[in-house]
Design a protein around this ligand. Structure first.
Ligand code: ADP
Ligand code: MG
Length: 686
């Protein structure tokens, strides 16, 4: 068996299961190897109800004196019952799990695992997992990997498949021996094994150390080389300044901030300068980066060329498209925009491709893959990526094959402390929009515990009555994944909220697993005000602009990184009304309160990122990830910033000693780089 083999060749994986794997992006055994666990669980022996700390996830052995009662409330089926451990009783509730009706038999005992709550002196558990003793014993005393799953695919199935894939995995060591020794790193092959099936916490840390090192190392190696490559490139589309941009700036309903004007000057100078632009624009959420993108596109289009704007999500792409379309009408701009996303029909796409090729449209807005892959452009002179950091050599080359060398502008709202930005963006010129538009009311924040929830709902109701809208954010899409007990999920929460809030308040849900067309329908209805309260995962985190939304309530706020929470909060405070952000802290650890209080005190993304960096120590490595900050799988630029700095020096030293990796010492590394161009990093053949 080879690593490139389709997973369908693994034992126990038939066509149906394979399809589930494909859905989560796993096609080959190699994909499986690098599908790292999201978390690890330890299963402690069951305890007595009275021994549990408040809100702790525990396992209880409970006897059921009577069978559960099931009822239907609207379209939600609710089961409730009582369990006893001989000393105390606890009430248990299930939502939408009718298959449990036959499983839970009166007079029997089971193991229930979930978060224990105590309200008014009574114990309670929502949606606990059920185990038999045999099932539970198998899990006790080990670190169990927890994978991200999809409906129908169990953690067990994934773990079994990974185990088989590991059996055929053996990687030649590519790091020079002296580097391995200097950092005390284990082999890659062992690290991959141990990240899936660690014996204990130490062996997990050992594995993580090696893999984090590699992620940084390979990434930095590629961007160091990219910089030299980028700086040599002449732009193929000569441009001059035009009157359009000035007229557009003057026509805007607001004045650009000084920071926006400064950055626009930098962009304009690049575009007319003859060399290829490679610029990163960093600016806090709400600093007004979109208008800078439109200005750049306007300069390009008024010079007779095409420009593309890529967004990470369809929602954001269509929002940009609508904004640019309405500006085009309003200011009579020379834009001929087109929207290219997965929701466009095959026929529609074909027609669009033709128009793009023949130059009938000059601004193409869409999601990354679509814009990059199948399209031939007439004269693409500028590529902008919004809310993304990387535009690699490979992507650049695939575009230039279709025409000449385009300018590249990358826009990001992820605040990254300057010391790290210099390392991570060594290949790009950096512009910072370091000022928010004036006259904007700062968001009012509060960090509260779950007992405040009822008040929060009343507050949301009040705001909706005033004509405003609210977001509620939950960390999970649906219930059921192991290790997520006690975490709120969008699906159940949406139902609960529909039943809790007054019936005329329109509540809907939104998450990444929905069909793109459904997502768009919901987002449009929210933007137009038809939906009052949107219960969502972090899919709304990037870029969305609905100025009428004034409340954001974040459940399990302790589970998100501060930078991410700051991004989320950036969705409100965009209009004229006062906005409010409610961070619901569902943990009773002091640490989470301290962290969340940083957000409470400040609305400055860069300050927050710096403070977060200071507060984080080792430990809790898997609980919180700054998702979206960088495309690393394990490494976290905040958490692992010290490693990042060290690796950066190591890479510099290595390239200084052996610029083209020609020595014996670097031969395996060079081989590896040449064979692994398909990773997230874009290696040019060295
Ligand atoms: P981000 O930097 O997060 O992408 P946006 O570009 O979405 O921010 O801008 C946020 C909001 O601020 C938009 O509604 C935009 O129209 C508005 N805006 C942008 N620049 C200014 C400005 N100089 N003065 C007032 N409002 C502005
Ligand atoms: Mg934006």
């Amino acid at each position: 068996m080879k690593c490139s083999d389709d997973i369908i060749r693994l034992k126990g994986i038939g066509e149906k299961t394979a399809k589930l794997f494909y859905r989560i992006g796993i096609h080959t055994t190699e994909d499986l190897l690098f599908y790292y666990p999201r978390d690890y669980q330890t299963f402690a022996p069951p305890i007595k109800i009275g021994e549990a700390a408040k809100d702790e996830v525990v396992t209880l052995e409970l006897f059921l004196p009577a069978s559960f009662k099931w009822k239907k409330v609207r379209n939600l089926s609710i089961g409730s019952g009582i369990g006893s451990d001989g000393e105390n009783r606890i009430s248990i509730t299930y939502f939408n799990t009718p298959y449990l009706k036959s499983r839970l038999v009166a007079g029997s005992a089971y193991l229930f695992r979930g978060k224990i709550k105590k309200e008014n002196g009574a114990y309670h558990m929502d949606q606990p997992k059920i185990y038999t003793w045999a099932e539970y014993e198998e899990k006790m005393g080990q670190l169990q990997p927890c994978y991200n799953l999809t409906a129908g695919l169990t953690n067990r199935t994934v773990a079994k498949a990974v185990e088989q894939a590991l059996n055929c995995y053996e990687e030649e060591e590519y790091l020079p021996t002296d580097i391995l020794q200097e950092y005390g790193l284990i082999s890659k092959t062992r690290a991959v094994y141990q990240i899936h099936f660690p014996k204990d916490w130490d062996s997990l840390m050992e594995a993580r150390k090696r893999l984090v090192f590699d992620e940084f190392f390979l990434f930095l190696l590629s961007i160091r080389r990219m910089k030299e490559y980028n700086e040599m490139l002449d732009a193929d589309y000569p441009m001059i300044e035009t009157a359009w941009t000035k007229r557009f700036i003057e026509g805007l309903p607001y004045r650009l901030t000084n920071a926006q004007l400064k950055v626009w000057e930098e962009i304009e100078r690049d575009l007319v300068g003859g060399k290829c632009m490679n610029r990163l624009v960093q600016g806090d959420v709400g600093s007004g980066k979109t208008v800078l993108a439109f200005l750049a596109l306007l300069l390009v289009v008024s010079n007779g060329y095409q420009g593309a704007l890529m967004a990470p999500t369809e929602i954001l792409a269509s929002q940009h498209f609508e904004q640019i379309s309405s500006m085009t009408r309003e200011y009579n701009l020379p834009f001929k925009p087109a929207l290219l996303t997965g929701s466009v029909s095959a026929v529609g796409k074909k027609e669009l491709y033709r128009k793009i090729e023949e130059g009938e449209v000059n601004v193409i807005i869409g999601t990354h893959a679509l814009i990059q892959e199948k399209v031939s452009y007439k004269n693409l002179a500028l590529v902008i990526t919004d809310e993304q950091h990387r535009f690699g050599v490979r992507q650049r080359e695939s575009l230039s094959e279709k025409g000449g060398q385009a300018h590249v502008l990358v826009m990001s709202a992820t605040p990254i402390p300057r010391t790290l930005a210099i390392i991570l963006y060594g290949d790009l010129h950096l512009s910072v929009v370091d000022e928010l538009p004036a006259h904007r009311l700062p968001v009012k924040n509060c960090v509260v515990s779950t007992s405040y929830r009822k008040k929060a709902y009343e507050f949301i109701t009040k705001e909706v009555r005033k004509g405003n809208q609210a977001y509620v954010i939950c960390p999970m899409v649906e219930a059921g994944d192991e290790g997520t007990e006690g975490l709120e999920n969008v699906t159940d929460y949406g139902e609960k909220l529909k039943n809790t809030l007054p019936a005329d308040i329109h509540v809907e849900i939104l998450h990444g697993k929905m069909k793109p067309s459904d997502k768009k329908r919901i987002m449009d209805a929210f933007a137009s005000g038809d939906i009052h309260v949107l219960v969502s995962t972090t899919v709304i985190e990037v870029g969305i602009n609905v100025p009428n939304a004034t409340v954001m309530m974040i459940e399990n706020a302790e589970r998100f990184g501060l930078a991410q929470l700051h991004q989320l909060r950036g969705r409100i405070g965009r209009g004229k009304e006062q906005s409010y952000c409610i961070f619901m802290n569902c943990s009773d650890k002091n640490m989470s309160m301290d962290r969340l209080n940083i957000l409470n005190k400040s609305n400055d993304g860069f300050y927050i990122a710096e403070e977060d960096l200071k507060l984080r120590g080792p430990g809790d490595l898997f609980g919180i990830r700054q998702s979206g900050a960088m495309e690393f799988k394990l490494a976290d630029i905040y958490q692992d910033s010290e490693v990042l700095k060290k690796v950066s020096m190591t890479v510099d030293r290595l390239l200084l000693e052996d610029e083209n990796l020609e020595t014996e010492r670097c031969a395996p590394l060079k081989r590896y780089l040449n064979e692994n161009t398909g990773n997230f990093i874009d290696f040019r053949t060295i």
